[in-house]
Design a protein around this ligand. Structure first.
Ligand code: GRF
Length: 206
């Protein structure tokens, strides 16, 4: 097996950053094949940024409100991300849609994790919507980001049963536990084995 440098990951977060933490922990093992080179956020004072600080990973914050338009924000975000020369950008609980400029630069190598089984229940309330609909199985989806809301080509999915006494928090916490494992496994494989995006089909391995 030829020696390969670790894939460079830039991770974007908006909240507690437990998915980020799972990636940071995995990257501590050189055999994982990837390294988090920066963590970006759209807001200050979140645990996700604190996790990056504790791991001595550089951080940046690019807030929509600092810019005169959403397009300017999107360009600035792309510039901040680009400065770290990522091989893969991971949106891990990043609560903003990236725009045209960002996708022009990082499309095809930006993935996002969504707490539902796509194409069901896109948007901000995946666990609540699944619970309200009454599905018996939901889960999490890792997808290649496109211009839609949770519509991109699917890289991996994990199923999570809905329990009779679930409320939204209990269900989301169980989804997140499965989501973190899926994210770490899949990003590691993308880094080590490569991947091909062929229309809506994504294949791991060169
Ligand atoms: C995850 O369930 C993610 O899919 C959703 O928000 C949650 C983020 O959790 N968009 P964390 O910030 O990684 O703990």
């Amino acid at each position: 097996m030829p020696d390969r440098r670790p894939a460079r990951l830039v991770v974007l977060v908006s909240g507690s950053g437990t998915n980020l933490q799972a990636l940071l922990d995995a990257c501590a093992d050189p055999a994982y094949g990837a390294s988090v080179v920066a963590v970006g956020a759209d807001r200050d004072d979140i645990e996700g940024l604190a996790r990056a600080d504790r791991a001595s990973v550089p951080t940046f914050v690019t807030k929509v409100g600092q810019f005169t338009s959403r397009d300017h924000w999107d360009r600035a975000l792309a510039d901040r991300v680009g400065a770290f020369e990522p091989d893969l950008v991971v949106l891990a609980g990043f609560m903003k849609l990236v725009g045209e400029d960002f996708l022009a630069r990082f499309g095809g190598r930006t993935v996002n994790t969504h707490p539902a089984l796509s194409p069901s229940f896109p948007g901000m309330h995946g666990p609540a919507d699944a619970l309200a609909y009454g599905v018996k199985v939901t889960g999490a989806t890792l997808f290649v980001v496109d211009a839609g809301v949770d519509t991109g080509a699917i890289v991996a999915q994990v199923a999570v049963p809905v329990e009779d006494d679930d409320d939204v928090d209990a269900l989301h916490e169980r989804i997140k536990a499965a989501e973190r494992v899926m994210l770490v496994d899949t990003v590691g494989r993308m880094a080590r084995e490569g991947y091909v995006v062929d229309g809506r089909r994504v294949r791991l391995g060169g």
